[in-house]
Design a protein around this ligand. Structure first.
Ligand SMILES: [Zn+2]
Ligand SMILES: [Zn+2]
Length: 289
């Protein structure tokens, strides 16, 4: 198979675009895709100070490198969750990446708050982890004057979220499926510049660019049957994932959800919260040794 642009040996054939590309032509193609999404959906603005949350996995690593190459004003936040060797390796890789692309590196350790994910002895570790990440990134971004938080969510992540939450009746989640949500009331705006990108597109970019990333899965991550279903559909209907997430943007715009819940301040930490004590502080109380 030959590259459709330069006739060198191709590294991949991209079905949704009907194009084969080599390692030299692919990164440029990928960057244009990211740039187009960002412009079309107003995901990021040129003058904004962007805090990119980078775990060390392929997706968030691809995101921060792409944003830097596209000339955005970006800094890296890595959240050290204290998941044994996995967290140690992740942190090292993100530090190396930050240095390689000359982007300021910040780290927040969950341990500073008195517990780590390894010390959480409940079944639903992933929901504790998700709450902790959202809390820590928002607080860090606001306290340090960032305009927007960028995360490496992919099309697969958005569709998974839809299947798990919306299909089980949670229509209040639909407005969260947008590529950019505006902040307010103590929340910093959130951006998902890779919402139209697939994991395959991201991994091809990190491999072609030689970007350091951690291939290991989080030891707590369960095998996800939904993910395999998404791949099965994509295999039979190339382009399904992109069409689906674009459709969700239109759906999200047209769904009005009752936003009458009262936004308060957590009486322990002062962060915005829907209850008297925020979910993060409740976990701190529960898991702190
Ligand atoms: Zn080429
Ligand atoms: Zn709190």
């Amino acid at each position: 198979m030959r590259c459709s642009k330069c006739k060198e040996r191709a590294i991949a054939y991209l079905k949704p675009y009907r194009i084969a590309l080599c390692g030299k032509c692919y990164p440029e193609f990928y960057l244009r895709l990211v740039e187009r999404s960002v412009k079309k959906y107003g995901i990021l603005k040129r003058k904004e100070r962007i805090l990119a949350c980078v775990s060390g996995g392929k997706d968030s690593s691809a995101m921060v490198v792409a944003l830097k190459m596209l000339g955005f004003n970006v800094e890296i936040l890595h959240i050290d969750l204290g998941i044994g060797d996995y967290s140690k390796k992740s942190r090292k890789i993100v530090e190396e990446l930050a240095e390689g692309i000359d982007v300021p590196f910040h780290v927040v350790e969950l341990a500073e708050y008195g517990f780590t994910i390894d010390g959480v002895d409940v079944k639903k570790v992933c929901s504790v982890c998700g709450t902790a990440k959202r809390y820590l990134m928002n607080r860090f971004a606001r306290e340090n004057g960032f305009d927007v938080i960028a995360t490496g969510h992919t099309a697969e992540d958005i569709i998974l979220f839809f299947f798990k939450n919306v299909l089980s009746g949670g229509i209040e989640w639909i407005p969260k499926l947008v590529p950019r949500s505006e902040g307010g009331g103590g929340f910093v705006s959130k951006a998902r510049p890779l919402f139209e990108r697939s994991e395959k597109e991201n991994i091809l970019f990190v491999l072609a660019e030689g970007i350091p990333f951690l291939a290991d899965e989080c030891p707590h991550a369960p095998r996800d049957a939904w993910k395999e279903i998404i791949y099965d559909i994509e295999a039979k209907r190339p382009g399904f994932k992109q069409n689906f997430v674009r459709g969700l943007v239109r759906l999200a715009k047209n769904v009005k959800v009752d936003e009458n819940w009262e936004l308060r301040r957590c009486k322990v930490c002062g962060e915005p919260s829907s209850s008297e004590v925020c979910a993060f502080c409740r976990y701190v109380m529960k898991f702190k040794k």
